[in-house]
Design a protein around this ligand. Structure first.
Ligand code: KIV
Length: 277
């Protein structure tokens, strides 16, 4: 069997040109990363959604660079064939502090194992993208609903609804491409607008709640696996019901321990076998 090759940013552009759809999933740990690698997923995002689905926060805002680097290291240990993209967390980058932005991105790459970073924001992020790209760090943009600006936006709702807002999003996408971004996430954007943006760009768009016309799709691992039950977004399809399966397995374990049924003889050691090594 041929070993799958980790895709480069150039491969992604070629995939767009060939009309090959690009799947991406979030991931935050070694075991899950290994499984995603086995199915040949090209892109893994160590997203700051980990604040909510792994750490139980009510937004992504409390995720720190140290936290995301820690999860990045676990993912990098498991994913040997996917491109790993790490989210730069809230307040670790800014157009008004380019040295901070570069320092954060360099840590994500050097310590976290990222092959690229993702930054949220439109036109105002162009200088950040330009600075990181000039330093050899590939950057994925993220426009539409940008959860790190949730208090400015005022709620998790579809963006680009008015003509003016739609034009702003298109201009933002073009500015990020011009600045050197290798792909752009479109989150909660009306499907027809996502199609228009995807047509205008030469780099891939990766949609989440942006319809089927994007060049790729991204979802949060815990949403599509049915692990996170606090809230199920409309755009997430459940491919499994792992929370239910884990609950049932845990209940069986608890019941069997209480009843003295586990461990059985097959899970126990006798003295001679213990000493055989
Ligand atoms: O953090 C995340 O999971 C993301 C995706 C929703 C794109 O940024």
């Amino acid at each position: 069997m041929n070993k799958p090759k980790r895709p480069s940013i150039h491969d992604l552009r070629r995939m767009k040109q060939r009309g090959e759809r690009i799947p991406m999933l979030t991931c935050y740990d070694y075991t899950s990363a290994k499984i995603l690698d086995q199915v040949g997923i090209p892109l893994i995002l160590v997203g700051d959604s980990l604040g909510m689905v792994v750490h139980g926060h009510d937004s992504t805002l409390r995720v720190t660079l140290d936290m995301i680097i820690h999860h990045g290291q676990a993912v990098a240990a498991g994913a040997k064939n996917a491109m790993i993209i790490i989210d730069l967390p809230f307040a670790t980058y800014s157009a008004s502090d380019l040295p901070l932005s570069l320092h954060s991105a360099a840590r994500a790459v050097a310590e976290g194992g990222a092959h690229a970073v993702k930054v949220e924001g439109g036109r105002r992020m162009a200088p950040v993208v330009g600075t990181l790209v000039a330093s050899g760090i590939p950057v994925m943009g993220h426009i539409g609903l940008t959860p790190q600006s949730i208090h400015m936006i005022g709620g998790y709702r579809v963006q680009g609804q008015s003509e003016e807002a739609a034009q702003r999003l298109k201009a933002a996408a073009l500015a990020l491409e011009e600045a050197g971004a290798f792909a752009i996430v479109l989150e909660l954007v009306p499907a027809p607008l996502a199609v228009e943006i995807s047509r205008e760009l030469t780099i891939p768009t990766i949609g989440i709640g942006a319809g089927s016309g994007c060049d790729g799709q991204v979802q949060v691992f815990h949403d599509i696996m049915g692990m996170y039950e606090d809230f199920v977004p409309k755009h997430a399809k459940r491919y499994a019901t792992l929370a239910k399966a884990i609950r049932e397995a845990a209940q069986n374990y608890v019941d069997e321990v209480r009843a003295g049924l586990f461990p059985g003889p097959e899970h126990s050691f006798d003295r001679s076998k213990d000493f055989e090594g």
